[in-house]
Design a protein. Structure first.
Length: 274
């Protein structure tokens, strides 16, 4: 896609009813990518964004994180890029910090663990982190006869809108060079794992993370396992996480066991015969 086409697409995203956008295998220059990001800002309809194998480097992480925090995107597919530790860290930091604040202020409950629901009445372009959903009740005015008359057209229901983020439910970061071999070395990997484990512990919305084909190492895998256990202890929903098998078999098995749903079902008690 050329620059003109992407510019038009970015403008159309602000007004479109798209719920999913797939741009896999497209190579973007800086200006082209900015057109897409501009269209996604404050977008309350798009819920699934896929940018697999688009050649996105570490510098894209910060912008992606900002987009996720200012949109309704719930599924983000970034497999096969070059985010490395610094890019992935910049992407996850604002999401993890928000999740930590919410997790500490509001203990996990049935409502907080559910993905965000579409808004019943919402004005376009509102900022989600700073505004509360307004009451959808109609405005009433008093007539000369003293009767209360419903004022028509004051507020219209806008279907398909979801309060903007960060509400990330599924994150795919497979094959992104997230290891200790980049410019940041082991320190970059440690910083990334610190933010990742924070997100695992506190995010009430997250359901799946794919980190396959990233050589995280044994220490990182141990930290992920501890975060999964803390998440379970905090009564948060089960998180499916995929990691490279290049770790000890015991740790790999424990991560798999802690990231799967229990197959135990409760049997209903039979009523006692009278």
């Amino acid at each position: 896609m050329d620059l003109w086409s992407l510019g038009r697409l970015g403008q159309a995203l602000q007004l479109s009813s798209l719920h999913s956008l797939i741009l896999d295998y497209c190579r973007f220059e800086n200006e082209e990518m900015e057109n897409i990001f501009a269209g996604l800002k404050n977008n309350q309809r798009l819920q699934d964004l896929s940018l697999r194998y688009c050649g996105l480097g570490p510098q894209r992480g910060l912008r992606l994180g900002s987009v996720i925090c200012q949109s309704a995107i719930r599924e983000l597919h970034l497999d096969g890029n070059y985010l490395e530790c610094s890019g992935a860290l910049a992407l996850l930091r604002p999401i993890a910090e928000y999740a930590e604040v919410q997790g500490k202020d509001q203990p996990a409950s049935a409502d907080s663990r559910n993905p965000p629901q579409p808004l019943q009445a919402r004005q376009r372009g509102s900022s989600t982190l700073n505004q509360m959903t307004k009451s959808s009740g109609a405005v009433t005015v008093k007539t000369t006869f003293g009767k209360m008359k419903r004022k028509k057209g004051v507020k219209r229901k806008i279907k398909g809108l979801t309060e903007a983020g960060p509400w990330l439910v599924k994150l795919y970061l497979a094959d992104n060079g997230i290891d200790g071999k980049g410019k940041e070395g082991e320190n970059g990997l440690l910083e990334f794992i610190q933010i990742l484990t924070c997100l695992i512990k506190y995010s009430a919305h997250l359901r799946e993370i794919d980190l396959g084909n990233n050589v995280l190492g044994q220490m990182a895998a141990d930290n992920i396992l501890e975060a999964l256990r803390a998440r379970k202890a905090g009564n948060r929903p089960v998180l499916k996480i995929t990691v490279t098998p290049q770790i000890s078999s015991d740790t790999f098995r424990s991560i798999w066991e802690n990231s799967k749903k229990s197959n135990v079902t409760r049997k209903k008690k039979k009523k006692a015969k009278t």
